[in-house]
Design a protein around this ligand. Structure first.
Ligand code: GLN
Ligand code: ZN
Length: 761
């Protein structure tokens, strides 16, 4: 009889073959009726439950499945639907739901933002200072009863906890925060009461915000809220689940009136463990021990995980332990069963959602055996992990950088910006307010099809390259005709800005089917950094030089920076993120220096992810920014003063990282501005930026061609905070996803706006 329990916290919704995505897109595209759509989704939901059941975990979650996003499910069920969507139907209708998710004519979608430091995006609840949450339908009850009926499972429903839900919302003034959280108590109580009536024994309330900065004054509120939920539902057992780091104020959190608390022993291992040692674990409370990493794709190290579990078993009775993943498996692909690509050793070391649940069960069994005086031998399942990870550790690709010897050589620093600026003004002789774009130009269907054909061997290398060159030539002419000052080759050869370069560097593995949801129906297949990342020779040189050979105007070289290459990949966990980023930086630097040596005078290294993976606790920012900025600088180290280094970031709460951006010391940075206009201009007023800067004059996410006058207004506003000899004129981001006609029209107006602005100087 097992005494150590096991649980899953959440499971991928996309299906083994991305069935979910396909169903959604068919439904949105009018190719599937609602009834058949709902039926297929239901079947997917049940298959998904049965897979989890098969793993043998004791507690399978329910209610984590969604038709778009879990936060959006709460917005709908709690009747928090913004008024612009209300006329479209009842709160539980798909019309309202998908309109909030995707927008419709006249009613823009709810804002989407990244879920903590992951690459998953949730929809932001729009609350005012007095929202009126009430339960208008109960998707958690539906999911619970369906699981019981169709899969024979007594599941543990999962909701996002009220504290985190309000923390993630916008429009709540901090003075009203506590009252707004309190106002959710009745709605949560309604959900819980109905679940109890239907036979639920446990519920999981996710409170990942507890690992971020939590103000001291929130502690009493948390106690009050959980006290209220618990006292209204005395028969229901509540697991308060945290993840993505160690909890803040552990003593207060451990004593909250709930029946179990889940902690992340992967990301927050040392601090969570030390807190338990220091404060002791409350008697009678269960501990959800998240020891299987829900965010990496590697097999769990059985020795490490068991060591930790044994240590925990000295701190509390073993029957209070629940072995579980560190967080929802939403961030993991579904199964390695269909993985056939790449190196055997790397493939053999992978563990996706299904395997992670098996690992949870195997670890709990091994722990029990040890606690019962077992000799400590591992089960075959865990022995397999041990062997696979040993092989991975010894993989030659993990020892290449060391074999090359220490690379701590110092690089010559560049002159201060003012000197570089003078040299560069002279070298490039550009007009004031020079115009440029961010890199990618429209990737039309024919290019994407040609790439697919080329990959499948249906199109020769030469034919593919010729098509790319023709397109570059066409767009060099177009950029010249429009009058853009600094040109780009257009990135026609790129798929994704990370994957493309990953294929050209050493140290990466590419999965066959390792998809994860990014937002809505969009899934990504992040490359896997498994070895030392190293330069393998020229990546962009030929395309850039070809483009440059067609024009007298400068063509910018174009690379993806080390932090973004790291952020949007799965990566190894035997060395630090800093070390990985530095390896990438060195490899990129080789290309930067090649471009420079070949006469390319401007090189852009994009870092849109720099802000995104900043730690969840502010006190950890300085250290992170220190190494991330130094990696960026590493990637352009050794360039001459007259070479102009550009960088680009998308919307990034610029004001939060202004010092770091300054420390990057690029000669020119281009930023998203149109959506966050006010805040960016305000930040620059407050703290002027010393180098060149391009404040994006129009939003490329919309197909609308902006008016010249609108862009001129952005330039005028920008001139109030940036002097004319350092201000650049560019769109907000790359143009890859836009159509050709609208792009041509928008760029024409953009250069017109620049000409008009110059005349006003
Ligand atoms: N250079 C890239 C492009 O233009 C930058 C993309 C990005 O910032 N996300 O597509
Ligand atoms: Zn961008």
């Amino acid at each position: 009889m097992a005494i150590v329990s096991t649980a899953g916290l959440g499971y991928p919704r996309i299906g083994e073959n991305r069935e979910w995505k396909k169903l959604l897109e068919e439904f949105w595209g009018g190719k599937r009726e609602e009834q058949s759509f709902q039926k297929e989704m239901r079947e997917l939901r049940i298959r998904r439950l049965l897979r989890q059941k098969k793993s043998g975990v004791a507690w399978v979650p329910s209610g984590d499945f969604t038709l778009y996003d879990s936060v959006l499910d709460h917005i709908a069920a709690f009747d928090l639907i913004p008024s612009r969507f209300r006329h479209l139907g009842t709160p539980d209708s798909l019309a309202v739901y998908f309109a909030m998710a995707r927008g419709i004519e006249g009613a823009p979608a709810c804002e989407m933002t990244k879920w903590f430091d992951t690459n998953y995006h949730y929809l932001v609840p729009e609350l005012a200072d007095q929202p009126n949450p009430k339960l208008v339908f109960n998707p958690w009850l539906d999911a619970f009863t369906e699981a019981k009926r169709e899969a024979g499972l007594l599941t543990r429903p999962v909701l996002i906890g009220p504290y985190t839900l309000v923390r993630l919302a916008k429009g709540v003034p901090s003075s009203a925060f506590a009252d707004v959280v309190r106002s959710f108590i009745p709605a949560y109580n309604s959900v819980l009461e109905q679940l109890v009536k239907a036979g639920a024994g446990w519920v999981q309330l996710d409170e990942p915000s507890l690992v971020t900065d939590v103000p001291q004054e929130h502690l009493a509120l948390l106690k009050e809220v959980y006290g209220a939920l618990k006292s209204s539902n005395p028969k229901l057992l509540i697991q308060l689940q945290t993840y993505f780091g160690a909890v803040e104020h552990p003593e207060a959190v451990f004593s909250l009136p709930v029946d179990a608390i889940g902690l992340d022993f992967v990301r927050g291992k040392d601090d969570n463990l030390n807190a338990i040692r220091k404060y002791g674990w409350p008697i009678g409370k269960k501990l959800g021990a998240g020891v299987v990493d829900g965010r990496s794709i590697w097999r769990v190290d059985p020795d490490q995980a068991l060591g930790l579990l044994e240590e925990l078993a000295t701190q509390l009775p073993a029957d209070q332990l629940i072995v579980q993943p560190s967080c929802s498996l939403l961030h993991s692909p579904v199964t390695v069963a269909v993985e056939t690509s790449g190196d055997d050793i790397v493939r053999g070391s992978l563990s996706f959602a299904d395997q992670k649940l098996e690992e949870v069960v195997a670890l709990s069994e091994a722990l029990e055996a040890r606690l019962n005086g077992g000799v400590g031998e591992l089960s075959p399942r865990l022995e397999e992990n041990r062997a696979a990870l040993a092989a991975l550790r010894n993989h030659p690709a993990r020892h290449r950088a060391a074999a090359q010897g220490s690379s701590e050589e110092s690089v010559k620093g560049r002159a201060p910006f003012a000197e570089r600026h003078a040299l560069q003004l002279e070298r490039f002789n550009l007009p004031l307010l020079p115009t440029t774009t961010i890199g990618s130009l429209p990737q039309t269907a024919d290019i994407r099809k040609a790439r697919l054909d080329w990959r499948r061997g249906k199109l020769s290398d030469d034919a593919y390259r010729q098509l790319l060159q023709e397109r570059t030539e066409l767009w060099i002419r177009r950029q010249e005709e429009i009058g853009i000052d600094v040109l780009v080759h257009g990135e026609f050869e790129r798929t994704d800005m990370v994957e493309h370069f990953a294929h050209l560097l050493d140290g990466y593995h590419f999965t066959t089917n390792g998809w994860v949801q990014s937002y809505g129906s969009r899934c990504v297949k992040p490359p896997v950094i498994y070895g030392d990342v190293m330069d393998r020779g020229a990546m962009t040189l030929e395309d850039t030089l070809y483009a440059q050979s067609l024009t007298d105007r400068p063509v910018k070289g174009m690379l993806t920076g080390p932090i973004t290459m790291l952020a949007w990949s799965f990566y190894r966990n035997d060395i630090s993120r800093k070390e990985i980023a530095d390896q990438i930086a060195r490899a990129l630097d080789a290309e930067v220096l090649r471009l420079e040596a070949a006469g390319i005078g401007m090189i852009q290294v994009d870092e849109p992810a720099l802000r995104e993976i900043a730690p969840l606790k502010r006190r950890e920012w300085p250290e992170y920014l220190q190494w991330s900025v130094s990696s960026f600088r590493r990637s352009v180290a050794g360039v001459r003063d007259e070479t102009q280094i550009h960088t680009h970031m998308c919307y990034c709460d610029y004001h939060e990282i202004i010092d770091a951006v300054e420390a990057m010391d690029a000669d020119v940075i281009s930023l998203e501005t149109s959506r966050s206009h006010g805040s960016l201009i305000h930040a620059l007023e407050h703290q002027p930026y010393a180098n060149g800067i391009g404040l994006g004059v129009y939003d490329i996410h919309s197909p609308v061609v902006p008016e010249t006058e609108t862009m001129l207004a952005v330039i005028r506003d920008s001139l109030a905070v940036v002097p004319a000899d350092r201000l650049w004129v560019n769109p907000d981001c790359g143009l890859k996803t836009r159509g050709e006609p609208e792009t041509l029209a928008a760029l024409k107006r953009m250069t017109e706006a620049a000409v008009l602005a110059r005349a006003e100087l």
